[in-house]
Design a protein around this ligand. Structure first.
Ligand code: C5P
Length: 237
């Protein structure tokens, strides 16, 4: 496999073509952004930590039967992934109230959500990723009804696996965002799972261990991401 030209460069990751039309290289950069790209910073080692973190979590999900685009680690900050036709919808699950849910509905941060909520957002920077529902997705052709059903089923399956995984490390998986794509007619998990795209709290102290450390200037961002990984059984040596 040979790495070729860059296909797309996002806020924190870049996608490269390869000599195999079915495979892409996903590069995790040290760039960090929040608030629709208004706050930006380079955080040393972030690309490496998130690449390893994502590989670890994708492996756990694959073991549990969740289809993912992840193939294998290529280098400290690069992974080989299968090319998906991405569905422009973000699926967000919340087990505990935080972030935009609290702002939108006036719910106090930290309230346990039982059952967990499931929300859809349109991936569109210019519109600031507005919340949508399944009817919008179907009417405007972003996803077909059977795909929406599969995205919801897989997102809940991911929740079962990851809630247990984080709890075993004495952490709470507060919320997270997933993205899916199509591969040979199947709905497959794409993008990444790292502390950049979820909220994780220490179970006892409720210390924030995710990108809120960057958003809220709490410090020790990458050191804390590494602590999350270590508690899940990873090593970053
Ligand atoms: O901002 P909000 O509270 O809606 O985010 C819910 C979860 O989804 C958070 O864990 C956040 O990091 C993640 N998210 C994301 N990318 C987005 C929107 C939300 O990773 N574009």
């Amino acid at each position: 496999m040979e790495k070729r030209d860059v296909l797309y460069s996002g806020k924190a990751k870049s996608v490269f073509l390869t000599d195999d039309p079915d495979l892409y290289v996903l590069q995790f950069r040290d760039d960090t952004s929040a608030f629709d790209g208004e706050k930006k910073q380079q955080l040393a080692r972030k690309g490496m930590v998130n690449n390893r973190f994502n590989a670890f979590v994708m492996g756990k999900l694959a073991d549990a039967g969740v289809p993912t685009h992840f193939e294998r680690l290529l280098s400290p900050s690069e992974s080989l992934v299968r090319r998906l036709e991405m569905i422009p919808v973000e699926c967000v699950v919340r087990n505990v109230a935080a972030g935009s849910l609290c702002r939108r509905l006036g719910i106090e941060e930290g309230r346990e959500l039982n059952p967990s909520t499931y929300e859809l957002f349109l991936k569109n920077d210019a519109l600031h990723d507005p919340m949508i529902n399944e009817s919008h997705a179907e009417t405007f052709g972003w996803a077909a009804p059977h795909e929406l059903a599969e995205m919801k089923r897989l997102t809940h399956q991911v929740n079962d696996v990851l809630q247990r995984l984080f709890l075993a490390g004495d952490m709470i998986l507060v919320d997270y965002k997933l993205e899916f794509g199509r591969y040979n007619g199947r709905v497959v998990l794409g993008d990444e799972f790292s502390p950049d795209g979820c909220r994780i709290w220490d179970r006892k102290t409720r210390k924030k261990m995710d990108k809120d450390r960057f958003r809220q200037d709490l410090g020790d961002v990458i050191e804390t991401y590494e602590e999350v990984g270590r508690r899940l059984g990873m090593s970053f040596d």
